[in-house]
Design a protein. Sequence first.
Length: 456
Amino acid sequence: MSAQPNLFKSKIGVIAATVGSAVGLGNIWRFPAEAQSGGGAAFLIVYVGCVLLLGVPVMMAEFALGRAGRTDAMGAFTCGHKRSAWQSVGLLSILTSFLIAVFYMVVTGWTIEYMFESITGSLYSSHPGEGAGADAHFASRMAEYVQGTWLPMLFTAAVVLLNLGILLAGVAKGIERLSNVLMPLLFLLLVAFCVVCLTLPGAGAGLEFFLRPDFSKVTADVVLNALGQAFFSLSLGMGILVTYAGYYPASTRLGKTAVTVAGLDMLVAVLMGLIVFPAVFSFGLADHSVAGTALVFVTLPEVFAQLPGCRIWSTLFFLLLSIAALTSTISICEVSIRFLQDRAGLSRRASCLWVMLTLLPLSLLCSLSLGPLSGWTIGGLTIFDFLDFVTANFMLPLAALGLCIYVGWVAPKGMLKGQLTNGGTLRSRLTDAAIWIIRYPAPLLILLIMFSPLIK
Ligand code: PHE
């Protein structure tokens, strides 16, 4: 095991890096879609409840395990013992994060490519203007690009190499320094977009759609979606928080950090709602999909095309998206890097190279699976969709379940409390409540998420 690894240097760095991981495409393109179908603010209320009552305690459990172990996400599961079968839970989370990284690199490549095309203006050059054909324009453009061969591969490779460069610089000099610059920039961009979108003519109707709760839409399905979204958005079950917490200074207050990170992550989701709904209502696109890739690569470009200063707004938006995606990719790659460092005894440099050079061909293959290799399917799904499906539906919940059981029931009794109170020096009423949630409701609710596809 490495000697004291380099830790994050400042409180701001701890928050910036962890929020950087949490704020990702999940906030930007999953949240608005869930809010659209889940009754606007009614979904938001359920979501906030899931984050605070379940997400924050599970996050505290991951932090505690990570800082107690100060090692990789698998080694952390030994809690001082030599070996433990529970390490397989850690291994599962590392494998899950690696598989997520494979397809997340591809999507991050799209966002960077769209940023370049916004800068050059080529994204908008053949736009037919308003009226017939306008709607289909960006949809077919996206399909053409995503199903292409060389361009998406080029940008996927660029993203992997960019990650390699950042990660080679190390924890404090790479991850922390980058997050300290990019996260404030991300919030600045979000606020700027909010101001612009909220002042568009007709924005009020969108605002009303988002903020007026329609509780009739809140079905059991919607609640389960909110639970799943809370887990994904907070990066739970991926080994990321366990790994990052290994770099937290001993003085970091884990409960306070979890609440801050979750709060900022929710803030980004809400800001996205305040951007997306006013924008689409204002331009008469309210019936358009705000789901997933369609929102960012089709509907929003349609909005930008109608805005004065189209290229600038489009560039800034894809910059925002690229920042959100990049800070998530570095966190997810760090999981495997730390694993190789501590389990295989490799140097940081060698671990970075091994992880990223293994990831590269797999991500390229994943990119091709949407185009020339779309015939290669697993259970009827392309490689890309298959990875997304198995990680989200099976691997992540299973890893999170194992983690809660281990931290709540198996790990030495004082570990969790000791970490959450910094060795008894902090007192907080939150701690006991969090411990109770980690032991009882959290595992049950995760089981519910796991079996929900069977119930639906
Ligand atoms: N929380 C991230 C998101 O919302 C999840 C994630 C983290 C995905 C890291 C990939 C890598 O997108």
